[in-house]
Design a protein around this ligand. Structure first.
Ligand code: MN
Length: 384
């Protein structure tokens, strides 16, 4: 342990070696120690999942050890029924910032933290940049996106979940869990949910994810986890899945479905529909997308990719399919077996007095996305 700690050489593979984890934990402790007494904004993706939520809660408790106060915020919606249940049942501290209707002043914060994302999937990133808020930490398992120039970085693309990374920090001594502390029991339950949901109920878990789950098994509350998992899908989510099923087109083992318009709150129906389409025989990859519309008429094309094909890298696939915007930012990215994208609709956003316009707008985006996808799904068509 001491040897790993005092060694200055960088290990060649930043993967699951414990040495790497140990060094990172020490580095994080150092960085937090130099920010004592500060208040940090923990930025979550617009549609935070259990992995992000549980990581944020753990980060807050770790930071508290250094007298740092954290506010966890997301600018979209807690969309999946299980996520709503997780937050309600555990009392997980998180705030929704509606940037369309309210002004947010970041002057009370001394730093920002990005967990389970690297800024590309949150509207709050823009505010952090405008306020020139120093980025204290980026901790994630998605492929590297834009460089936020943080004091501390830990990006492990081979890691099944950000929750796993936090369990390792805890095991390295950044936080001492107490099985009699009700908050710790709930955090452990949230982390268990985070890493389970991120690894298809441990089906795709690697050794370190299993080790993390084994560690959490000493602290978590199985009944509470069961209550979170028992949450039923809403009818609207079922309807989106039905639309995906009806609209899907299949080619070269890809299943692609546009589901039209859906409400912001139901955005998570898209990955759930993709999860469903991928269960069909001979399908290895599913892409589902729709136009998500908020009450304030903000619209974005939102999509999810799920794959069982080990040779398909979701991050590469999405970046190659949709490319970058004028500012050089990719429209999405991915991690193992999953990816997502968001394409702003800009000037065309919002409801229109003519229903035909709304229909036309969908058709334009739908056919453009299908065409871009087709280039990768059937690369030979049109090239010969
Ligand atoms: Mn994650």
């Amino acid at each position: 342990m001491e040897a790993a700690r005092s060694s200055t050489e960088t290990p060649p593979i930043p993967l699951k070696t414990n040495g790497q984890g140990m060094r990172k934990a020490d580095k994080l402790r150092q960085v937090l120690a130099t920010h004592q007494g500060e208040k940090h904004l923990v930025v979550l993706q617009d549609f935070p999942d259990p992995d992000a939520l549980s990581a944020a809660w753990s980060y807050g408790l770790i930071a508290q050890e250094h007298n740092i106060e954290c506010i966890n915020a997301y600018a979209g919606t807690l969309s999946h029924q299980e996520n709503v249940a997780l937050v309600r049942l555990t009392g997980l501290p998180v705030q929704r910032w509606n940037l369309q209707t309210e002004q947010r002043d970041l002057s009370s914060f001394q730093g920002a933290v990005f967990l389970d994302n690297q800024g590309t999937t949150s509207q709050i990133t823009r505010l952090v940049k405008q306020a020139k808020l120093p980025v204290v930490a980026v901790i994630d398992h998605h492929a590297p996106q834009e460089d936020l120039n943080p004091y501390f970085t830990d990006i492990r693309t081979a890691c099944g979940a950000t929750a796993t990374m936090f369990v390792q920090y805890i095991q390295e001594g950044l936080l001492t869990l107490d099985a009699n502390d009700p908050i710790h029991v709930k955090v452990a339950t949230a982390l268990m949910h985070g890493l389970r949901s991120e690894t298809e109920h441990l089906m795709h878990a690697r050794e370190e994810d299993f080790q993390a789950a084994a560690f959490l098994s000493r602290y978590y509350d199985p009944k509470l986890l069961d209550a979170v998992l028992q949450t039923a899908r809403s009818k609207r989510v079922m309807d989106v899945i039905e639309r995906a099923l009806k609209n899907r087109t299949i080619k070269n083992n890809f299943s692609v479905a546009g589901v039209g318009y859906l409400r912001f709150e139901d955005r998570d129906a898209i990955p759930q529909a993709a999860d469903f389409l991928i269960t069909e025989e001979n399908i290895h990859t599913a892409v589902v997308y729709g136009i998500v519309r908020s009450e304030e008429d903000r619209e974005v094309v939102s999509g999810s990719l799920r794959t069982k094909n080990l040779t398909l890298d979701p991050d590469e696939f999405i970046k190659a399919t949709f490319g970058q915007d004028n500012g050089g930012r990719f429209y999405g990215g991915g991690r193992m077996r999953a990816g997502g994208f968001e394409i702003p609709i800009g000037f065309l956003a919002g409801s229109h007095e003519h229903a035909s316009f709304t229909q036309l707008k969908w058709e334009v985006f739908d056919s453009q996305i299908k065409q871009k996808l087709a280039r990768l799904i059937t690369p030979d068509d049109g090239n010969s």
